[in-house]
Design a protein around this ligand. Structure first.
Ligand SMILES: [Zn+2]
Length: 303
């Protein structure tokens, strides 16, 4: 059976794995991203993860990488926005890594698109003809997917950036330069900012969800988060009317605290709640590795 390497480049760590054509991970390796050290150091660390995996499976010829930011998936490079990795914008990921690994083909895709491809392959999206994927982690990522056409990239590879739709005009300043992006109200970072604004205390989103029952401020913020997400999903439904919407990313682990309220709130806000199914993602931690490997398999078939 054919195998590929899938690399999930996150703000904290680089997770790599060997994946077979059934979507099974055969082995894994993880290394710290070093996101503040600049693009060359991050690329050096990605190469280190790839090399470690190749040491055990030297016959692998294709490598898929899921990266934050606006990604030109044809050229394999980062465009004007590099997400939360310092100096990542403009980085020629494919060009530099193919020089480092001359006998291998490297394919790069936006990280939320990679998560969407994973769900379409064997996850919550496998029976949907069309779906929108939202990943709730440090930020809010998005993927627009149809079975017929695959990922919608947009004319300039800047489509499907669902986190940068403006929810509140002139609201909080976003890393992308706009004000009031939905990512600043619906994400792990957003929950942390809102908690800080309310209490002057710094807590991680994980800690904030944990104290939901006993901390009135935490409860208020999580309700706000759920309502903002519901309002946003109502807009998504009206724009796309996709068969499904899949919600994934790290915050889905805490869905006990917000999912039911989000659904109720969505039903209150939306003009017609019937139709688009709202479901949690099947894959969480491994979506990036599996989806990135799938990108590599699909690209290889196109050659
Ligand atoms: Zn933004």
């Amino acid at each position: 059976m054919k195998k590929a390497i899938g690399i999930d480049l996150g703000g904290t760590s680089i997770n790599g794995g060997i994946v077979d054509e059934k979507g099974e991970i055969l082995s894994k390796f993880e290394y710290e991203t070093g996101k503040n050290f600049g693009s060359y150091e991050v690329l050096r660390r990605i190469a280190l993860v790839i090399q470690e995996l190749l040491n055990h499976h030297s016959d692998i010829e294709i490598i898929g990488i899921g990266s934050p930011g606006f990604i030109d998936s044809v050229k394999g490079r980062v465009l004007v926005h590099g997400g939360n990795i310092a100096h990542w914008a403009g980085t020629d990921i494919k060009g530099i890594l193919e020089k480092r690994f001359p006998n291998r083909k490297i394919y790069v895709e936006n990280d939320a698109n990679v998560a969407g491809v994973c769900e379409a392959w064997y996850g919550a999206g496998k029976d949907f003809q069309s779906f929108i994927m939202i990943t709730l982690g440090t930020g809010l990522g998005g993927c627009i997917y149809t079975k017929e056409q695959g990922i919608w990239h947009g004319h300039n590879f800047q489509g499907g950036e669902l986190g940068h739709a403006i929810l509140y005009p002139n609201g909080r300043l976003c890393t992308c330069g706009q004000k009031g992006c939905v990512e600043r109200y619906v994400s792990g970072t957003a929950v942390e900012i809102m908690y800080y604004e309310e209490t002057n205390q710094i807590k991680s989103s994980k800690e904030i969800f944990k104290v939901y029952e006993e901390d009135e401020n935490a409860k208020k913020i999580i309700h706000e988060f759920a309502d903002n997400l519901a309002i946003y999903i109502a807009s998504i439904k009206n724009i796309f009317d996709s068969e499904g919407i899949i919600i994934g990313g790290g915050l889905i682990n805490a869905r006990y605290y917000w999912w039911d309220r989000m659904i109720k709130s969505y039903n209150d806000y939306v003009n017609n709640p019937v139709g688009m199914k709202i479901v949690p993602a099947d894959y969480l931690n491994d979506a990036g590795i599996i989806g990135a490997a799938k990108i590599a398999f699909d690209n290889m078939k196109r050659v």
